[in-house]
Design a protein around this ligand. Structure first.
Ligand SMILES: Cc1ncc(COP(=O)(O)O)c(C=O)c1O
Length: 350
């Protein structure tokens, strides 16, 4: 049963997903306590499950992906430290500079390859010398899946290579795994394998996994002990959070494997779009639940106009540049919805 206010087919993001009936039932029945006192059994259960699934000692439940990353930054970094990360990463571009604003650190951004991987030689070149003029390179971050690189899943091999460099230079290693389970399903590997080389990994419950709220930040017991302090500093200590954590448990136990349906639907959309004149993209670049495409130069309108025309016809999507669009597949979009959207595209682009 879809209980959203809007009957439109909503491709804007997988964050528009709302809880499944099983989640709503679990939320009603959730056992709760004061989680700041460490008393909420449902939050504890979610954190234990999350830690186990990514192969870390412990996990911390936070309100959002942004808070998960901010918590990790505050935990790993000291004022004046430097962080090597992707120039198109969410942490660098879309978190209000929290790295600087909250942790007092600065970014050393390097441009990702098209597949979302950070070039290893560029990481190595960015590590600062031990020189009192320089900031201390403390942390390297990767994003998996990589949103702005088209939802690319970043491989175990690349993650291990970054982990090896981090060890070589004594750096900490954080993975922004907002969609880590999409990556694991797409690559047919465990989330644990993708997270193994990292000191910390964050992932979101409120995206493709459909929970209404929440992310986890995971790492060693000591890392999570410190992260709990950072969460409190950010105002993120929640009380009877078991009500929302209950939906997160349903997300982790029943919504991971089905992410492959969203990836299949993304392929269906990609194949449909590829046949429409004026839309430019390579369907082979679609690997998970995201489809980015461009409008050809001869199309007489821009992305904002396309967004408006599609919206008028009940199909929502986001612009990702003057002539670039993003569409994201998720639980509440069916293959029939995808076919309908492709039809609407044909009308609008004709
Ligand atoms: C890669 C990535 N990291 C972090 C976030 C932040 O998540 P939230 O919107 O829950 O703060 C997002 C949000 O879309 C994201 O795509």
């Amino acid at each position: 049963m879809k209980r959203s206010a809007d009957p439109a087919i909503d491709f804007r993001s997988d964050t528009v997903t709302h809880p499944t009936p099983a989640m709503r039932r679990a939320m009603v029945d959730a056992e709760v306590g004061d989680d700041v006192f460490g008393d909420d059994p449902t939050v504890k259960k979610l954190e234990a499950l999350a830690a186990e699934m990514v192969g870390k000692e412990a996990a911390l439940y936070v309100s959002s992906g942004t808070m998960a990353n901010a918590t990790a930054m505050l935990t790993h970094l000291r004022r004046g430290d430097e962080v090597i990360l992707g120039a198109r990463s969410h942490i660098y571009l879309n978190e209000q500079g929290g790295l600087a604003a909250l942790a007092g650190a600065q970014a050393a951004p390097i441009l990702e390859n098209a597949d979302g991987a950070l070039p290893l030689d560029a990481i190595e070149a960015a590590v600062r010398e031990d020189d009192e003029h320089c900031p201390i390179t403390r942390l390297v971050c990767i994003e998996n899946t990589h949103n702005l690189c088209g939802g690319q899943p970043v491989s175990v091999e690349h993650t291990e290579a970054v982990g090896a460099l981090a060890r070589k230079y004594g750096l900490k290693f954080h993975i922004d795994g907002a969609r880590l389970f999409n990556a694991a399903v797409a690559l047919n590997v465990s989330a644990e394998a993708l997270a193994r080389p990292a000191d910390s990994v964050s992932f979101c419950l409120s995206k493709g996994l459909c929970a209404p709220v929440g992310s986890l930040v995971c790492g060693s017991r000591e890392f999570v002990r410190q992260a709990r302090r950072a969460r409190k500093l950010l105002g993120g200590g929640m009380r009877q959070a078991g009500v929302i954590a209950a939906a997160g448990i349903v997300a982790l136990t029943s919504m991971v494997e089905r992410l492959s349906n969203d990836h299949d639907d993304a392929q269906l959309l990609a194949q449909g779009l590829a046949k429409i004149p004026g839309i430019v993209f390579d369907p082979a670049t679609v690997k998970t639940n995201m489809v980015y495409f461009d409008l050809a130069p001869e199309v007489p309108f821009d992305a904002a106009a396309l967004e408006k025309k599609m919206k008028e016809r009940g199909v929502l999507m986001l612009t990702a540049g003057p002539r670039r669009m993003r569409m994201v597949l998720h639980y509440w979009i069916s293959p029939t919805d995808v076919e309908r959207a492709v039809e609407v595209f044909r009308e609008v682009m004709a």
